[in-house]
Design a protein around this ligand. Structure first.
Ligand SMILES: *Cc1c(COP(=O)(O)O)cnc(C)c1O
Length: 466
């Protein structure tokens, strides 16, 4: 499988190179040259398979040329062995139409583990093949950071530098990052918002000298391998609810547009997806873009759903590219316009390409609270605020009653227990797998959110290329 950049001028690469590179050299994001097609027969054949076996079948076409099916199976087996549920991503029924797909049974309690546990395995495999070293630099609104750190802590050929916006992640999120004291793990709290942190990371990747000197790589959802791993659970859930014989709708609490883009990929591969509901909090750039074609950056408002407090959604570029007819040169120009004015209109082709599959909703804190209470009253489920945004959007989307609607439950309620307690009066206990999180020592640096400060810090600690 070959991969092309959304901005049309970076070289096309194989899966191994795309995994290690993250961002393309022209500033774009990698996508498969064409979508692998699964027939109804192929989808029917997934019935009854384990999560790992489903993952192997769904991902095999994407890794072709870089991994054999046996190698892929070994990596998936290792990646999903650390999940606390046999089904890895179990479905829970709420009422006659609504289901939650629980994606939070991994080591750090959010759906990011599903992709990052695999990415950690892929990195190790590819780096040992090449005898190379990698410096991972990432920005996190909370969950990517802990999941990435857990996935690479202690690995010899990797250093990880993780930037988080100071004071804007929950105490559980912060401790899950800062109490990992492995020598290859470096946490940095920066003054500013998540978007500021992400802009710093982007600037480092756009600095060719810095990037090649330290062999930088990305673990945020601009990395294709992450999205690929997330495609699996759309198949896994849909098959259990009747695909390919019936279509399923999904509602996805959305920030960087990675998780919901994986649903789009599943639909492109032939999975019958009735609708993809993009659920945002009051940071609603994606809702405005999908509803009105207006992609303009607002001020970030801090909410009870910090992992969705985002105003620039990196992966949206992938949709604009694919739905808009895959014209990389034109998209590069459109994105340059956005980068200078912080606003753009979607083209008609982009809007039409998205309209047949996507719906969207903006959910405020009342809507979120009501969804948390409803889940508890209807089915005794204590859900996290992010999942509640998804559920609220699912319930107001007006999906035909004969179509099951699956809301992606992106975090364990205990990860955001203060917000859950405020909304429901119930304080969910931390599950045993996180251990003595609040007794452990923390270690992290505090830096101003400037390019100079952050790169100097990294340059002092990272391993330069030989
Ligand atoms: C990352 C995250 C999201 C947003 O996912 P994207 O792929 O960025 O759209 C939603 N909820 C939780 C709990 C998350 O950690």
């Amino acid at each position: 499988m070959h991969y092309v950049s959304t901005r049309g001028s970076a070289p096309s690469l194989g899966f191994e190179d795309v995994t290690l590179a993250g961002l393309a050299s022209d500033g774009g994001l990698y996508l498969p040259e064409s979508w692998p097609a699964f027939s109804a027969e192929d989808i029917r054949a997934l019935a009854g398979l384990s999560y790992v076996e489903t993952a192997v079948r769904v991902m095999t076409p994407f890794v072709a040329g870089s991994l054999t099916q046996e190698e892929l199976r070994d990596l998936c087996t290792a990646a999903y062995a650390r999940f606390s549920h046999q089904a890895v991503t179990p479905l829970v029924q709420l009422d006659h139409q609504h289901w939650m797909l629980e994606l939070f049974h991994g080591p750090t309690l959010a759906f990011k583990d599903v992709a990052l546990q695999l990415l950690g395995q892929l990195f190790e495999r590819f780096l040992s093949r090449r005898d190379d070293h990698l410096t991972i630099v990432g920005a996190t609104s909370g969950d990517t950071g802990s999941a990435a750190i857990d996935a690479v802590a202690g690995r010899e050929k990797i250093d990880i530098f993780m930037l988080h916006p100071e004071g804007r992640v929950s105490d559980v999120q912060r401790r899950q990052m800062t109490t990992v004291l492995a020598p290859n793990v470096h946490n940095i709290a920066i003054e500013g918002s998540f978007d500021d942190a992400q802009a710093l990371v982007k600037a480092m990747f756009n600095n060719a000298d810095f990037k090649s000197r330290f062999n930088l790589s990305a673990v945020n959802s601009i990395n294709w391998a992450r999205l690929m791993a997330q495609v699996v659970y759309y198949f896994y859930a849909a098959v259990r609810l009747g695909a390919p014989e019936r279509a399923i709708a999904f509602s996805v609490p959305t920030g960087n547009f990675g998780d919901v883009f994986a649903g789009y990929v599943a639909a492109k591969m032939g999975l019958p997806v009735a609708r993809l509901i993009v659920a945002t909090n009051v940071n609603d750039i994606l809702h405005r873009a999908l509803a009105d074609g207006d992609y303009s950056q607002g001020q970030v408002v801090a909410t009870a759903t910090p992992s969705m407090d985002i105003q620039v959604s990196s992966n949206f570029e992938r949709l604009l590219f694919d739905a808009g007819g895959r014209d990389g040169k034109a998209l590069a120009e459109q994105m340059r316009g956005f980068e200078s004015s912080r606003a753009m209109r979607l083209t008609n082709a982009q809007r039409d390409g998205a309209a047949h599959l996507f719906a969207s909703a903006r959910i405020d804190s009342d809507g979120m609270t009501m969804a948390m209470r409803w889940a508890y009253d209807a089915a005794g489920q204590v859900i996290d605020p992010h999942s509640a945004i998804g559920l609220a959007a699912a319930r107001e989307a007006g999906v035909d009653a004969s179509t099951p609607v699956v809301t992606l439950a992106t975090a364990h309620a205990a990860k955001f227990r203060d917000a859950v307690e405020r909304a429901t009066g119930t304080r969910p206990p931390l599950p045993p797998r996180v251990g003595d999180l609040f007794a452990r020592e923390e270690s992290y640096a505090k830096l101003p959110g400037t390019f100079g400060a952050v790169t100097a810090y990294i340059a002092e600690r990272a391993t330069p290329r030989a």
